[in-house]
Design a protein around this ligand. Structure first.
Ligand SMILES: [Zn+2]
Length: 342
């Protein structure tokens, strides 16, 4: 039984919805083998609410990892749970009370139409991005999505809502979702495979990656590789010492509390004005960032994203100041800004 209905007096605004059973309802991170680097990225993404793009061959656990994100996010507040329920109540499937207090995890297929993804119709209904409100929107095989469909994500990614205009009618739906996307490294999926299975030409690889526009890539905070597991890792028994979602979530909650106390919002939502106050850098950090800007050709937007991710890394470690190692790690999550096929 996953749901939990709170039928008593309303809770205060920032009260945490009692969700003693929801951990059991989300799949657990401990079930994902290996991929320590990607798990680390997932934890940082959870801490600051950052969007994440995973790249790797088929079968390396990208979908498994994505589906574990809701289970390591902080529990929903009463107000968040109400908003999510309200959106679902006007959707086609309607609201299921058993899902109360549970963060949505939506996985639209790459053949999804623009209307299915962002909403619409003659009697406007919310699309996947609104059904994922306060939860996770997972787009697997990102380059396979219609480019025009992907472009409409840019606005809600920034604003957290979507306005749908149909003739005389206009509807606005909330769409504050956390985007997680996955892609293969090349059309066949095996680029970089040690067995040399990939036969894609550099030109094919370039065209495949170019299907995701620079501006959309720019808006994804973190890029991480999810490589093929070594044969030993594949055959190994499940690691009894692997961290559980509950353990990771405890750290995420602490880091998120720090952010809410400091700025009243999670790090991903910091505006450029907030950054001066919340992410001051020492000289060494500033020099490193300048070098990275030149070397990686980072846009101003990407620069700000690196700062916010570095802030989340520092928060996870309980550090007040952003240090060079936090920045280096955050810069490492911008690897697809170098848009070469290798
Ligand atoms: Zn290939």
């Amino acid at each position: 039984m996953c749901g939990h209905l709170n039928g008593t007096a309303p809770l205060p605004e920032h009260a945490v919805v009692p969700t003693p059973v929801d951990r059991a309802c989300y799949p657990d991170l401990a079930e994902v083998r290996g991929q320590g680097h990607a798990k680390r990225a997932l934890e940082i993404a959870a801490a600051g609410g950052h969007s994440l793009l995973m790249s790797g061959p088929p079968g390396t656990g990208k979908s498994m990892l994505a589906s574990r994100l809701p289970g390591i996010l902080p529990p929903m507040r009463e107000s968040e749970a109400l908003e999510t329920a309200a959106v679902l109540s006007v959707s086609e499937p309607g609201f299921d009370a058993r899902l109360w207090g549970r963060r949505p995890f939506r996985t639209p297929h790459h053949t999804a139409s623009g209307v299915a993804l962002v909403g619409g119709g003659s009697n406007p209904r919310p699309g996947e991005i609104s059904l994922a409100h306060q939860g996770v929107l997972f787009l697997d095989e990102l380059p396979e999505f219609d480019r025009k469909v992907l472009e409409v994500l840019r606005e809600p990614l920034e604003s957290g809502h979507i306005t749908i205009s149909r003739a005389a009618r206009q509807a606005e739906f909330p769409a504050r979702f956390q985007l997680v996307a996955a892609m293969n490294p090349c059309p066949c999926g095996y680029q970089g495979d040690p067995a040399g299975r990939c036969r894609c030409t550099p030109d094919q690889i370039h065209r495949y990656r170019a299907r995701i526009s620079g501006p959309l890539l720019d808006r994804i905070d973190m890029h991480v590789e999810v490589p093929r597991l070594a044969p030993g890792e594949l055959s190994a028994e499940a690691d009894p010492n692997a961290e559980t979602s509950a353990q990771v979530r405890d750290r995420v909650i602490r880091a998120r509390d720090t952010q809410l106390t400091r700025a009243g919002k999670p790090n991903h939502a910091l505006g450029s004005r907030d950054l001066e106050r919340t992410c001051p850098l020492q000289d060494s950090g500033r020099r490193l960032m300048e070098q990275a800007m030149t070397r990686l050709g980072l846009s101003a937007r990407a620069y700000h994203r690196v700062l916010k991710v570095a802030r989340s890394i520092a928060d996870l470690q309980g550090e007040e100041d952003i240090q060079v190692p936090h920045l280096s790690e955050a810069i490492g999550y911008r690897r697809f800004d170098r848009r070469s096929p290798t």
